[in-house]
Design a protein around this ligand. Structure first.
Ligand code: NAP
Length: 290
């Protein structure tokens, strides 16, 4: 396509150059977006993020927000509790733009002070876990993003998402806390559950490192099953088979080793597994009697 026909990408500035903010800066720069400013609580953190980019960017600490240069889009990637404060600070600037926050739990309404000043507001939330910002593009590629905002903002948000090789969808704004709790279930809580399984294998004499190695292919095969099957069909193991005596052995072993968290989780999730199978009421009784 001739250059003059190629649509110019908006200039994007990032307020909050932590894990997600930096990954977004790197990913967007790689997709031809110009990055205007990077802001962090501490300027040094923003400078670190800027060092990952090829181009010159304005680097600011949070308390210097008054010096922020204009841009087309401001991505607000600060911790959830800081978003309202950042919106308040941006609303005192002399220009208007589009502001998108990246919280999964908060609706775009937290940016209302900006809308009152003539800004377009919305949110874009990647259903991806970014723990290392330097992965940039790689950490976000292929993920689903929930997008929210007025018509113009939604169009822009969807373009950004598709430029990052993501897919957009929308939910009702009032459902965001529940939606985000579901994301925590499928990401952070899975990590916590993995940690419980590690603790159990350490009790069997394995090191944490070996325990991780032996469990990861098991998790990978479970995820593979979930890719093609509904949970009821993907479920394997003791509860799917209805091995009554094995459940009794598991419970006795957990009690014996005083693994209180593991015992609670085993019972709770075991009951959920049995609901999925719609069979083996005898095991439900055993779990309830512990
Ligand atoms: N990480 C993920 O996987 C992920 C995924 C989806 C959505 N999100 C959302 O993205 C947002 C950021 O999450 P994160 O995990 O990237 O957090 P993070 O790694 O803790 O980064 C937050 C960044 O915001 C900066 N900051 C804090 N207060 C500020 C302020 N008042 N003004 C300007 N900058 C400020 C921090 O500066 P310092 O470094 O100097 O402290 C830090 O660079 C949250 O809303 C989160 O829900 C994150």
């Amino acid at each position: 396509m001739p250059d003059r026909k190629r649509k110019q990408k908006p200039k994007v500035s990032i307020i909050g150059s932590g894990r997600l903010g930096t990954a977004l800066a790197v990913a967007l720069a790689g997709r031809g977006y110009s990055i205007g400013s990077l802001v962090a609580r501490r300027a040094q953190k923003a400078r670190q993020a800027a060092s990952l980019l090829d181009a010159e960017v304005q680097v600011l600490a949070a308390k210097q927000l008054r010096s922020l240069s204009p841009a087309d889009v401001f991505l607000i990637t600060v911790p959830d509790d800081q978003i309202a404060g950042v919106a308040g600070a941006l609303s005192s600037l002399s220009f208007t733009a589009t502001a998108l926050h990246t919280s999964g739990a908060l609706s775009a309404e937290v940016l209302a002070p900006l809308r009152e000043r003539g800004w377009h507001i919305g949110s874009v939330h990647p259903l991806m876990a970014v723990s290392d910002a330097r992965e940039g593009d790689g950490a976000l590629r292929g993920g689903y993003w929930s997008v929210e905002g007025d018509k113009t903002t939604l169009r822009l948000a969807k373009t950004i998402v598709s430029d990052l090789s993501g897919k957009s969808f929308s939910i009702r704004s009032e459902d965001k806390p529940l939606y985000h709790a579901a994301a925590v279930m499928a990401a952070g809580n899975v990590v916590a559950l993995f940690d419980v399984a590690l603790e159990m294998l350490v009790q069997c004499g394995l090191t944490r490192k070996t325990a991780r190695s032996v469990l990861l292919p098991l998790i990978a095969s479970t995820i593979h099953n979930l890719e093609t099957k509904d949970p009821a069909q993907a479920l394997t193991g003791t509860f799917a088979r209805g091995d009554v005596e094995t459940v009794k052995r598991h419970l006795a072993a957990l009690k014996n080793k005083d693994l209180a968290d593991a015992l609670k989780l085993y019972r709770l999730l075991g009951e959920r597994s049995l609901k999925l199978t719609k069979k083996h009421p005898q095991i439900t009784q055993i779990l309830k009697s512990v």
